[in-house]
Design a protein around this ligand. Sequence first.
Ligand SMILES: Cc1ncc(C[n+]2csc(CCOP(=O)(O)OP(=O)(O)O)c2C)c(N)n1
Ligand SMILES: [Mg+2]
Length: 685
Amino acid sequence: MTDEKMIQTAINTIRTLSMDAVQQAKSGHPGTPMALAPLVYTIWNRVMRFDPQDPIWPNRDRFVLSNGHASMLLWSVLHLTRTQAVNAEYESLGHPSVSLEDIRHFRQLNSKAPGHPEYHWVSGVETTTGPLGQGIATSVGMGIAEKWLANRYNRPDFEIFNYNVYAVCGDGCLMEGVGSEAASLAGHLGLDNLCWIYDNNHITIEGQTRITFTEDVEARFLAYGWNVLRVGDANDIERIEHALDIFHKTKDRPTFIVLDSHIGYGSPNRQDTAAAHGEPLGDDEIRLAKKFYGWPEDAKFLVPDGVYDHFTAGVGARGAKARQQWTERFAAYRAKYSDCATEIEQMQRRELPTGWDRDLPVFPADPKGIAGRDASGKVLNVLAQNIPWFLGVSADLGPSNKTTLTFKGAGDLEADNPTGKNLHFGIREHAMAATVNGLSLSKLRAFGATFFIFSDYARPAIRLSALMELPTIFIFTHDAMGDGEDGPTHQPVEHLASLRAIPGLVTLRPGDANEVVEAYRYIMQLRHQPAVLVLSRQPLPTLDRSKYAPASGVARGAYVLADASRGNPEVILIASGSEVSLAIEAHEKLVGEGIRSRVVSMPSWDIFEHQTQEYQDRVLPPEVTARVAVEQASTFGWERYIGRSGRMIGMKTFGASAPLKELQRKFGFEPNRVVTAAKELLGRN
Ligand SMILES: Cc1ncc(C[n+]2csc(CCOP(=O)(O)OP(=O)(O)O)c2C)c(N)n1
Ligand SMILES: [Mg+2]
């Protein structure tokens, strides 16, 4: 077979595997893989430095399929390159990441070829995609991470990090706001390691894009400061390669390649129609398309002789060589710069450096206290000095979130200072969260911050961090009615409940400064779970820990903070965040009246639910049914802890614009309300 013929065969293998898999599954998206097979072939087999034998090699080029519905592109190429599977402990499992059997079982339970690319489920997937726009936004984080890593670790004689990030996207990704936010920032930062390829096929689900999307996309990207290129024929792999070559040579700007394509290319009755997007072609149409490709019409899931070897000779050989050279370089680097090498290795395994928690503050008892956000700011500044690769972002609220790293040398991350530890995001919460995921995927330890109310603007990416099992950290301040005068637009109500509902996400709302410290201590040790830290704007009393239980109880999600003498309570007060000190006040009053009360500080439902039943029952003895929970948030879900007979002092409406004290009175967040509720439950009024 000539080279030319082999290339076409390899491309058509991607196409036909995609068509067959969708047909077999009776669901999926055949048209885009048929159109983009030449692009994916070119990026992978001609350009990318990726070693299928070691899909987590730190300096590999990254490939993001932001139009995740075209997942068969990825399953085909991971299969044909014989990319190896790796587990969560970063060990190679000795079998392929995606087998032909998996492809035959596309979209079926347990298949390694699920409906959309899933990061922690299939090795070789760099980020989970499917919600349109997320992939490209996340790729910006990957680009920032590469810059940061290169600038911190490269030495004149050692290029340890010099990888590129390729992201493929469709009309949907570019319509979504998150894509625009991220593109704007990438242009501002001049990320010349980032290349987006836009599948300009004029088709989305409802038909031609002209019904909704008539803007000049190229002009938009030019305005963002990107280098914009166009390849007029998605089948012209020489032109595609040429455009990618220009990307490699372009400095100080990201590259945007507009690729004109035909969805369902080769299908005589489906090409260029919306039907090609999300419906199986049907057996007859598949035959016609296969005929068009010069493929055996009745063959299914066919990988012709020579195709695997063709990928081995292309990406396989190039990746193996690049990785081997890198490994040798890294060994020499280790000999010369052992501290840096150790950092890189620890980071790759998501370990923490020794001494990561030294000098964490201990806050003395203080009735006036300190705001959660201020305590957090102090902790962050210690952690970021102890952990070199710990860094963060706020979406233009750094001074309010108190997330700015102020120690000497922290610096601002800008195009001309890529090792700064303070990233600035502007007012782009959604892209910030996706980008922080991209930093996490690149093994940096990263946080993003905004007001709790605007977690709504970041939520899709928070959800993905949980789905991907990434240790991303979200810091949300102004957690309730603390910024009273700003009014109900700024007062979160349903946010805690909605974040608690995300599987795998650890939500923590600490009750005083020492609980903030312990919350960070817990969060920093997570390797495969994201965390949300919900912090107060206003000062909270720092509890006297010689009188009450130590704040280390935070690590168990909920703990007995204050107890009835002899430990047999008749009523339990449960609280989080700013309501913990309120519960303590109520407790003291109840005790003064001879009522055996217990206070449970409950910063995290998620953590508590992972404790043994025995511990949970010790904290909340089932026989004590008189329970009052108090939290400045939606009451939704609290029944699980207060039971049918308990009382909840929470929010059932939106808040209001007024000074905090008045709001506390209006909405019942006062010790006497708690006392009254407790006494009513006990029939002691
Ligand atoms: C955030 C989000 N909204 C909606 C969808 C549902 N959806 C999946 S693909 C698609 C159309 C995408 O069009 P385009 O990106 O042009 O992809 P093409 O059909 O050209 O491959 C839609 C609306 C989604 N996956 N994500
Ligand atoms: Mg489209």
